[in-house]
Design a binder for this molecule. Structure first.
Ligand code: GLC
Length: 749
């Protein structure tokens, strides 16, 4: 088939797409005039971000280290602080900068508001399982309202690293394995955080992170090398960033700790200047990840800190988070002629522009309103949003024999330490969420008046890990195991809650074995042995290996870490007060040996199964996952038929009828996948290209229609060029990536 390389400059600089609004000229004028007044030392000062104490809800910290920082702030040599939270602390620090420094340039205050600020929502991966973009925008909006009420004007979120290896602890922080879904979620979250007016007191600047390839760390080890080809970089890793920059205008990007094909992302000029700032026209600023500039010495990419500073500023890292490399070296690098002051000016312009957009020059204390701090945090309204989001994040993986929903009056044995755990539901990165402040499942059951008895089973961890320490897993204390078994024996049903402590996923918490930690598998098997009517509830920050459970337990619910309203949300799902609607944003493997595993794989030259051994497979494991991407059940049934594909003005229109053929009202995520039969690079066997969440009463039907533009059928080839090639495509529509309802269409040149 003749190939027509119709090269869509899909990378056309976004900046040329829309003329800048009038105020932008005004801001640029103001930025230029300020820049002219600044000394080199003051310019370099803007490129530094320091951390405040971790827990700054108390009085502004003192001590030798802080005195040094205060002096630098008063001299205007710190452009930003992170981890300074609370109107009192932020006001103190901002006053130093604005009232004492020569030019009074305000600082910008950043913080990791990853899934909620004071009101904690489900993990970002869990929220993504709702496939509910409106809800995800709402939770981001609430997070911004609460963060800004505590003096913050910037968050290092959303994390949008595509992740395909659940051994990596930070899959909890992202949106899973698919770039299309990840891009849509990124747009929703940036819009929620930044709102319609970045200068308003209740909106904050978003950060797309980590640019780039952090989720492709070899062997799922954090901070590890990412070796990826051009086709993977452009078709899988970069699309969520490009989608968010094109559609939602995030004001900052954070780079990454890892190397990308041997080059540390922090020092990667091709990624940061050629692609991000050049081809994509990103006009915000890039912040390094914590210390990642200086870490280029450890990478063996920079001789010393001075060289690291030179390489980083040259590569387009505008602000230095906590490595001090810029503060200690940039001035002399400019004076020696090794760094062109134009690079410094470009970085300063970008930072000053965002500070203007946030209204910080107009009013440096705009985000400091004790009245808002007093009244807005964890309001009932915010907690209601958290409940709705948590309900929608739960995924029903299997429900043989309709063990769920629980029926009124049933005697239920509620077993497992995580069922009573009020802290783990808050997840790994809980910002200002109070420790152990979540509603536990025990509390949820009690509030709902269920007839249950609780038994702890076995502890997951020994002691109580904190943010900077590792969890010590309980591997030998079986206290409570026998009692739990007896509790199970006499119950009509068992709800067994197993999984991970909040701090067994997240940064620095990769796992080589992704089964149930400690003695939990033993507890599971002993419970099943005395009562087969087990509902297994899995609380985790990642997909776990649930293969034994799938073979021996009739009902399994993936409950992630659901935030403050965990107990009530899970109770509502288990009792049917809310019919589960979640769908997996990541593939669940049968064994860790299958990793990385994902749905949009390539067919290879030896697809199977075949009678002989010479095809791509394991001799000791299936190729198929345990649960595929997009999988999730309901208490009702949905049927798909009447798939139609027709040529439209621009591309194709795909429509399908979906019916609720069961007895309960429910929501279904209708998913559209394509397959390009033949192309100039091998294309995945399936690719998500559309989804819509519909709500249907029993016997109700709806026709769902997708527009599939020819550009959405395109891809980046091995030279990083975006191409749309004519040819035959399959289209699949259904309730998961395993959908079988299909049709074929031909894209003509
Ligand atoms: C961390 C993370 C990054 C976070 C930053 C500030 O190491 O990698 O995502 O925003 O440091 O806490």
């Amino acid at each position: 088939m003749k190939k027509l390389l119709s090269c869509f400059t899909g990378l056309v600089a976004a900046g040329t797409l829309a003329a800048s609004p009038a105020w932008a000229d005004d801001i640029d004028t103001k930025v230029e005039s300020l820049l002219q007044q600044m000394t080199l030392e003051e310019k370099v000062g803007q490129l530094n971000q320091f951390t405040d104490f971790w827990d700054v809800t108390g009085p502004a910290p003192t001590g030798e280290e802080q005195e040094v920082k205060y002096e630098l702030i008063k001299k205007g040599l710190i452009g930003s602080m992170l981890n300074a939270v609370g109107t009192e602390d932020v006001k103190t620090l901002q006053t130093f900068a604005v009232e004492n420094s020569r030019l009074g340039i305000p600082m910008i205050f950043g913080y990791d508001v990853i899934h909620g600020h004071k009101t904690i929502f489900p993990l970002p991966l869990a929220e993504t399982a709702s496939w509910d973009l409106d809800m995800m925008e709402q939770t981001a909006r609430v997070a911004a309202v609460e963060a800004s009420a505590q003096g913050l004007n910037w968050t290092f979120a959303p994390m949008i690293d595509v992740g395909r290896d659940p051994r990596w602890g930070r899959v909890m922080e992202g949106s899973g394995e698919d770039p299309y879904l990840g891009g849509k979620v990124a747009i929703a979250r940036v819009n929620g955080l930044q709102g319609d007016d970045l200068g308003a007191a209740d909106t904050i600047a978003a950060t797309l992170k980590h640019f780039a390839g952090y989720g492709f760390g070899e062997a799922g080890k954090d901070y590890n090398r990412a070796d990826v080809g051009t086709v993977t970089l452009f078709n899988t890793i970069l699309p969520p960033f490009k989608a968010a920059i094109d559609e939602a205008n995030p004001r900052t990007v954070m780079n990454a700790f890892n190397t990308v094909n041997g080059i540390p992302a922090t020092g990667d000029e091709y990624l940061q200047r050629d692609i991000l700032k050049g081809e994509w026209g990103f006009d915000g600023f890039v912040i390094s990840d914590w210390g990642s500039i200086e870490e280029m010495v450890d990478h063996g990419f920079a001789e010393d800190e001075r060289e690291a500073a030179r390489l980083a500023i040259k590569a387009g890292s505008d602000m230095d988070m906590e490595s001090y490399a810029y503060l200690e070296n940039l001035e002399s690098l400019v004076e020696s002629g090794e760094v062109d002051v134009a690079l410094i000016d470009d970085a300063v312009r970008r930072i000053l522009r965002v500070k203007h957009e946030l209204g910080l020059f107009e009013d440096p204390y705009r985000y400091i309103d004790p009245e808002r701090e007093e009244t807005l945090l964890m309001s009932d309204q915010h907690l209601d949003v958290a409940l709705k989001m948590a309900e929608r994040s739960v995924v029903l993986l299997k429900n043989d024999g309709a063990l769920l929903p629980l029926q009124a009056g049933e005697r239920v044995a509620l077993i497992g330490a995580l069922a009573a755990d009020k802290d783990s539901p808050l997840g790994n990165w809980r910002a200002q969420g109070e420790e152990s402040s979540a509603v536990s499942l025990v509390e949820g059951f009690a509030a709902a008046g269920l007839n249950f008895s609780f038994s702890n089973g076995v502890d997951v961890e020994v002691g109580d890990a904190n943010f900077a320490s590792e969890v010590v897993v309980n591997t030998d204390d079986r206290t409570g195991m026998d009692q739990a078994i007896e509790t199970a024996r006499s119950a009509d049903k068992v709800v067994l809650v197993l999984g991970e402590d909040a701090l067994q996923s997240g940064e620095g918490r990769s796992r080589a074995d992704i089964g149930f930690p400690g003695l939990q598998q033993e507890l599971l098997e002993k419970i099943v042995a005395v009562n087969p009517n087990v509902v297994l509830v899995v609380m985790s920050g990642r997909p776990l290996v649930l293969t034994w459970a799938d073979e021996n337990v009739p009902t399994i619910v993936q409950a992630w870490h659901l935030g403050h309203q965990s107990g009530h949300a899970l109770t509502n799902v288990l009792t049917g007060a809310y019919n589960p609607s979640g769908k997996l944003p990541m593939t669940f493997p049968r064994s860790v040996g299958q990793l990385p595993i994902y749905y949009d794989y390539l067919n290879t030259g030896r697809p199977g199964p075949r009678k002989e051994v010479f095809w791509q497979h394991y001799i000791d494991e299936d190729n198929a996952p345990l649960y595929p991407f997009g999988h999730g059940l309901s208490y009702t049934d949905f049927k798909y038929d009447r798939l139609r594909v027709r040529q439209a003005d621009e591309g194709f229109e795909v429509s399908v009828r979906v019916r609720n053929t069961g007895k309960a009202a429910g929501e279904e995520v209708v998913q559209l996948y394509i397959r390009d039969h033949v192309a100039s690079v091998s294309r995945p066997v399936r690719q998500l290209k559309g989804f819509e969440k519909v709500s249907l009463d029993p016997r109700q039907a709806q026709r769902v229609t997708f527009q599939l533009t020819s550009e959405e059928l395109g891809f980046y080839n091995g030279r990083g060029e975006f191409v749309v090639e004519p040819g035959d495509f399959d289209v699949f529509v259904g309730g998961s990536s395993a959908a079988t309802l299909s049709d074929t269409f031909t894209l003509k040149r």
